[in-house]
Design a protein around this ligand. Structure first.
Ligand SMILES: NC(=O)c1ccc[n+]([C@@H]2O[C@H](COP(=O)([O-])OP(=O)(O)OC[C@H]3O[C@@H](n4cnc5c(N)ncnc54)[C@H](OP(=O)(O)O)[C@@H]3O)[C@@H](O)[C@H]2O)c1
Length: 340
């Protein structure tokens, strides 16, 4: 039996329907692609949104959704030098961006661009590593993209800076990665999350964590920022108007990179840009993160997969329950399915 006959995928046949398992092609690799046999798949909010509505006008259904995979490399394109068959990797799959089912995560074998994947340490479980990709890619695009905050890239030996990166929604997937990246760029990081997640976020590098449930959250953050300058603000999730109100009252940069489109009405001087979490496949941020930063940082444990994985089951058939688990809401957790 040829390989092409044995790949199974959890197909999204049309918006408004549950996933259905069926066969999927395994096309030839382009020169800069690798094929991963997925051992773990993580879920992002866009996955359940694309199950419900055709949000991306270019995406044709049936589609194979999903962005986050970890597993072993089973094939490499002719131009790939960083990986070989058998390597343990994590990768950001961009199938819904390029309208290519073979590059979706929700299947046994996924094609990933070689500059959107990184080797993981031998002792790191696939289910732990797989929490990284879209949250990391989105945080990195927001912090480092030239049209976003354009901050100093992350380093393995960062020089300490006095400026602060504000991360609103610090315990989200995007937020946990943004905190670690900002810290690896040498910035101080102030995060906004619920009080129960403060310990985790401080372990990830936040110098202060302010409680988004506080009725005086805007004043709280402005007070915490007194005497300091903002390098930039990443809005991962939570109250966007509150975030803008803080930025308008702080010293330093008035730029906010946001995961969602921002309202046209903003305080004077506050600029907002909308992050596209796969833009790094086409610009310098992809190699900056997946090639230059992540492999060594994971090996040195100076960058850790966060938020922690919540494994909801094994097998492609569990992906539907996983989508529903994420839609129900998480707090500092990443919903993950493992594959046998
Ligand atoms: N533009 C893009 O390309 C792109 C890419 C990825 C994600 N996104 C979007 O970015 C957002 C975040 O995605 P994600 O996967 O990181 O989310 P997530 O991990 O599912 O977010 C869960 C977190 O949201 C936090 N939260 C809820 N209400 C909050 C509030 N009022 N203030 C602060 N934090 C709050 C919770 O914090 P506590 O438990 O601490 O309260 C929880 O930890 C989503 O809207 C997603 O659709 C966009």
């Amino acid at each position: 039996m040829s390989e092409a006959m044995i790949n199974q995928a959890a197909w999204q046949h049309a918006p408004g329907h549950p996933l259905r398992t069926g066969v999927a092609d395994l096309p030839q690799l382009a020169t800069n692609e690798i094929r991963i046999r997925n051992a773990a798949i993580a879920i992002n909010p866009i996955d359940w949104i694309l199950q419900e509505i055709a949000l991306l006008p270019w995406l044709e259904y049936p589609a194979i959704l999903g962005s986050d995979v970890a597993g072993e490399v089973t094939a490499v394109g002719s131009g790939v030098e960083r990986f070989k068959v058998g390597d343990r990797v994590v990768g950001q799959a961009v199938g819904t961006t390029v309208n290519e089912p073979a590059q979706g995560a929700f299947q046994q074998h996924t094609i990933v661009l070689d500059h959107m994947a990184a080797p993981i340490p031998e002792d790191m479980a696939f289910a732990d590593a797989v929490v990284l990709p879209l949250g990391l890619g989105t945080a990195a695009s927001g912090l480092y993209g030239r049209t976003q905050l354009a901050l100093t890239p992350p380093s393995h030996s960062p020089s300490a800076r006095s400026e602060v990166v504000l991360v609103w929604g610090g315990s989200s997937s995007v937020g946990c990665n943004a905190i670690q990246l900002a810290t690896a760029s040498g910035y101080r990081c102030v995060a906004i999350a619920s009080a129960r997640n403060a310990v985790l976020l401080k372990e990830l590098g936040a110098s202060e964590v302010l409680d988004h449930a506080s009725p005086t959250i805007v004043q709280d953050v402005v007070e915490a920022m007194r005497g300091r300058r903002l390098a930039g603000t990443l809005h991962a999730t939570g109250g966007m108007d509150e975030c803008f109100a803080v930025v308008a009252r702080c010293e330093g940069s008035r730029r906010v990179a946001a995961t969602l489109a921002s309202p046209a009405e903003r305080p004077a001087g506050v600029e907002a840009t909308h992050i596209f979490g796969t833009s790094l496949k086409d610009d310098e941020v992809g190699p900056m993160i997946y090639r230059n930063f992540l492999p060594r940082a994971l090996a040195a444990r100076t960058f850790v997969p966060a938020p922690p994985a919540r494994v909801v089951g094994q097998g492609l058939e569990m992906l539907q329950a996983a989508l529903e688990a994420l839609k129900d809401g998480v707090s500092a957790a990443k919903v993950v399915v493992t594959l046998p």
